[in-house]
Design a protein around this ligand. Sequence first.
Ligand code: GLP
Length: 261
Amino acid sequence: MKVAIVKNAEEGSKLAAEIFIEQVKAKPATVLGLATGSTPVKMYKLLAEAYKAGEVSFKECKSFNLDEYLGLAPEHDQSYHYFMKTQLFDHIDIDQAQTNVPDGLATDIAASCQAYEDAITAAGGIDIQLLGIGSDGHIAFNEPGCSLACRTHSQVLTQQTIEDNARLFFGGKIEEVPTQAVTMGIGSIMDAKKVVLLAFGAGKQDAVVGLVEGPVTAMCPCSALQYHNDCIVICDEEAAGKLQQKEYYKYIFSQTGVSNI
Ligand code: GLP
């Protein structure tokens, strides 16, 4: 696992955007794995700016999002479909017919999850997966206790996640946050060729410790990424605040930069 500790979210977003832009330049038909939440917003803005400046084109890309709330239609302004459209897809040249977000309205959830997995496989697998992280160590909507091998599935959300997401979204109204979601599994995420995880702010400190230095355990689902062969964690000083080896990671980063660590 590579750990890049940057000054703040601004710098971290810039670094992540650079990694994605390089990836798409090197392989224009990149299969992108995309994430929602407040964390990637700035990075998406930078990707849109790079597209507008003519630095990169997403015309040949396909994308797969991690998750969606169960029961929310794509047009719902708190759905992840809507988030992706308004935060990224409407501002770049990706073919929106080639963008995929799990179906929150599926009647046969198991079949819909399998179809999602099949579509990822048919696309050749995810080349680069963006991740945020929940304060309880969840990635996508894989909550503590989930199988570390699971594939796309429906998941009951923890109270912590419901509270976190109400604070930032749903106008703070906890009763409006759906209690279940459909999410790519840890196994699906582990299959991505490259993983870039962003963690900003003091609220992510414990999750980052679990991710980087904790034992691999279902109680902290992101810890499974310790087994990923090409995973970079980009965190700001605040999120990195409790890492035991913080200074060592900084030293490595100063020596080798992002390409080589
Ligand atoms: C949700 C999403 C996750 C995201 C997390 C953190 O639970 N399903 O993919 O990482 O929120 O969100 P934020 O970036 O707003 O802290």
